[in-house]
Design a binder for this molecule. Structure first.
Ligand code: 5AD
Ligand code: FES
Length: 352
């Protein structure tokens, strides 16, 4: 049978059974999918997630500890070129206090996230990680602090960091060049992800859906990259413009495409940890619930102090900036219960 005669359903079934597609198959599917294909995929994806993780949804508490960034990514509100943003740094004590609160609310994973802020040197990050692992031996520590050297990643790992989130943003080098200034390199991004995997981190990559210049071919490259790299976690969210960036007039990404890609990632990597992201909850009020129903199994509410929340603005209208950690915790629990899922108090490791 010629490739043009293969229906999308056949491709989706093939992905479910074989966990991979060829370049041309990915292209065909991503280029021509209908709402019906998307719902068909979501149903399969949810069934797989239910089989592996049951009705459990894992929560991670994110501490956004600094919005200072030396990088200048064109899409991000924290870019160093954004002079309008009021900058902040949390002290080590502040960070530990957020985690202490988080532990009380049932979080067993702490995600420390920041811009690329050199103020927090290797020693300081290691000290915080060591302290958290000592005070909360039953918790996982995830870092999300950007591009570092192999030696730094190794030091964090030795200090006890379990996981690392670094979205690759795009697996297409040319597209990478459209999203970032020439001072940043796609090859280094990829090197970082390889280093993290080699060091034994549960490693997370991911993309924004609909980022400026993204074509179907770019998403094909992303799927092929992830098919090969086998990340333990994948962060997917729609691109949302930020008014003080060069991309302020660019259209937002597609909500439906984001949900479709979540489902496809579940079929491709059945055990993967997939968050229903804050960006998905920003583009649609019940986006995170729909993300879970499309095959996601993680939610990452904010644990940052309310006084800094509205300053960690990656994009316009980010949700939860006025809510306390306890409010977000309660809100997520209710939202999950409403769709028949339970927030669990657990580290929520990747099942490998
Ligand atoms: N819209 C959506 N997601 C964004 N991110 C950064 N800026 C935006 C934006 N404008 C995502 C990037 C980054 C993660 C922390 O947030 O993918 O890796
Ligand atoms: Fe923050 Fe709902 S998760 S208010």
């Amino acid at each position: 049978m010629k490739e043009t005669n293969i229906t999308n359903k056949t491709l989706i079934d093939k992905l479910e059974n074989e966990h991979s597609l060829s370049h041309d198959e990915w292209f065909l599917l991503l280029d021509s999918f209908t709402d019906e294909d998307r719902l068909y995929t979501a149903e399969k994806a949810r069934a797989i997630a239910d089989k592996i993780y049951g009705k459990d949804v894992f929560i991670r508490g994110i501490v956004e500890f600094s919005n200072i960034c030396k990088q200048d990514c064109y899409y991000c509100g924290l870019r160093c070129g954004n002079a309008k943003l009021e900058r902040y740094r949390l002290s080590e004590e502040d960070i530990l206090n957020c985690c202490e609160d988080g532990y009380k609310y049932g979080f067993r994973t702490f995600v420390l996230q920041s811009g690329e802020d050199p103020f927090y040197d290797t020693e300081m990050i290691c000290r915080i990680v060591t302290r958290l692992k000592k005070d909360y031996p039953d918790c996982a520590v995830t870092l999300s602090i950007g591009e570092k050297s192999y030696e730094d990643y190794e030091a964090f790992r030795k200090a006890g960091a379990d996981r690392y989130l670094l979205r690759h943003e795009t697996a297409n080098e040319e597209h990478y060049g459209k999203l970032h200034p020439a001072t940043m390199s796609w090859k280094n991004r990829m090197r970082c992800l390889d280093d993290l995997k080699a060091l034994g981190y549960q490693t997370g990559c991911g993309i924004m859906i609909g980022s400026p210049g993204q074509t179907t071919e770019c998403i094909v490259d992303d799927m092929l990259y992830m098919q090969e790299f086998k990340p333990e976690m994948i962060g997917l969210g729609p691109f949302l413009p930020h008014s003080d960036t060069p991309f302020k007039d660019e259209p937002k990404g597609s909500y439906e495409m984001t949900l479709f890609l979540i489902s496809l990632c579940r079929l491709m990597l059945p055990n993967v940890l997939l968050p229903a992201t804050t960006a998905l909850g920003t583009i649609k009020p019940n986006g995170r619930e729909q993300g879970i129903l499309a095959g996601a199994n993680v939610i990452m509410p904010n644990l940052s102090p309310v006084k800094v929340r509205d300053k960690y603005m990656l994009y316009d209208n980010k949700i939860c900036t006025g809510d306390t950690s306890s409010e977000c915790r309660g809100c997520i629990e209710k939202r999950m219960e409403f769709i028949g899922y339970n927030v669990v108090i657990s580290r929520g490791d990747h099942k490998s």
